[in-house]
Design a protein around this ligand. Structure first.
Ligand SMILES: Cc1cc2nc3c(=O)[nH]c(=O)nc-3n(C[C@H](O)[C@H](O)[C@H](O)COP(=O)(O)O)c2cc1C
Length: 358
């Protein structure tokens, strides 16, 4: 049997609170602890990695920037690895922003993230109030419990494979003109022989955004996997998503954000998650920007659906292109090779033809 390397705990910054949380989270778990700034960045491939980062008031420091640059520069730095993040903030801001940036950079370097791979503590810990109340403890008590559960989930994590994966393709674009749809169709052409593809357009029918019902009202509708508004999200999209092994989202960049229908779909998932989880599903996306900002949209998608809504992030989950004129995305230099590589990655990850070395 191959000996598995111990958990790698990659630390940046110093805080007594994070030291105490980590002591409880890691008690009895064999691990190798490396402090950025004191040592070179170690080999990050083929490891399970806990990023344990302490943020000062202003959110960034040299060690964290060095880590991000390392991951962005070395596109295979985290090949075969899985990671989670524990981020402790001095103030109320920047913990989530760093989590998105780090997940995006590590994922592009080959790292898999299990669903909900972030435990954060803002300066006041008020971000933990709701969870703490549910657990019947204080936020200070909840913090190490959540960190411990995060580490245990990482150690138990095995990305699943499927004999014939079911992929749900969701979009809200017009077929004739959309660059995003043209790229999506090209990727699907490489998958159809091995996967069952289901396509749903969120343009059909009226998609209402989440109404923000009370938890009681939301739970009432959720008992039957419904929602206040009903409609195609409840009737078509929820059942299709529950059956799918992977969600494949097509996202044109609209004002450095996903478009309104895609956002409404994500917000409406709140009702589905009252009684279900999406931990066993992979997330893929195509992002097309006319000018710039695909990184922002990709981070929004992974932030909402992986960090918040529990989907898994497979290595290089997103194909990002820049193209503005209708039909021009398929003529961008090198696009065919990137489509091939993206589709090849999806096949390997879902079918397990080259299992992640964990
Ligand atoms: C309402 C709207 C807002 C847009 N905002 C941006 C933007 O902020 N940044 C950008 O790079 N492109 C922006 N674009 C351009 C689209 O991202 C671009 O046309 C891309 O090809 C969209 O793909 P599609 O053809 O699938 O819609 C915007 C387009 C529209 C219609």
């Amino acid at each position: 049997m191959i000996q598995r390397a111990p958990l790698l705990v990659l630390r940046a910054g110093r805080s007594k609170r994070l030291d105490a949380v980590l002591a409880q989270a890691l008690a009895g778990i064999p691990c190798e602890e490396v402090y950025l700034g004191k040592a070179h960045i170690p080999q990050l491939s083929e490891r399970r990695v806990l990023f344990a980062l302490s943020l000062g008031e202003y959110g960034l420091d040299m060690d964290i920037c060095t880590l991000l640059i390392h991951l962005r520069r070395n596109v295979s730095a985290m090949e075969g690895s899985a990671a989670v993040m524990l981020i402790d903030g001095e103030g109320e801001l920047y913990t989530k922003q760093l989590a998105r940036m780090l997940a995006h950079a590590a994922n592009a370097a080959g790292c898999t993230f299990p669903g909900k791979p972030l435990v954060e503590g803002t300066g006041s810990l008020s971000n933990l109030h709701v969870t703490a109340k549910r657990l019947g403890v204080t936020p200070e008590q909840a913090y190490p419990l959540l960190a411990r559960a995060l580490v245990e989930r990482l150690l138990a994590f095995q990305p699943p494979h499927f004999a014939r994966p079911h992929i749900l393709l969701l979009h809200a674009s017009a077929h004739a003109t959309s660059n995003t749809l043209a790229l999506g169709a090209a990727v699907c052409d490489h998958l159809r022989d091995a996967c069952d593809m289901q396509e749903i357009s969120l343009q059909n029918g009226e998609i209402h955004d989440c109404r923000g019902c009370s938890y009681k009202t939301c739970s009432h509708f959720a008992q039957t996997n419904e929602c206040f508004y009903g409609g195609s999200i409840v009737k078509d999209v929820f059942p299709a998503l529950m059956e799918a092994n992977a969600l494949f989202l097509l996202c044109p960049n609209y004002n450095d954000s996903v478009s309104a229908n895609i956002m409404a779909f994500i917000n409406r998932l709140t009702a589905l998650l009252v009684n279900n989880s999406l931990y066993d599903k992979y997330l893929y996306a195509i992002v097309v920007s006319g000018y710039s900002g695909s990184d922002l949209v990709a981070q929004q998608v992974l932030g909402a659906l992986c960090l918040n809504k529990t989907l898994m992030l497979p290595p290089r989950f997103c194909l990002a292109e820049t193209a503005n004129d209708p039909g021009s995305a398929m003529r961008v230099p090198g696009v065919q090779a990137r489509i091939n590589a993206f589709a090849h990655g999806i096949r390997e990850q879902l079918l397990g033809s080259q299992a992640v070395a964990l």
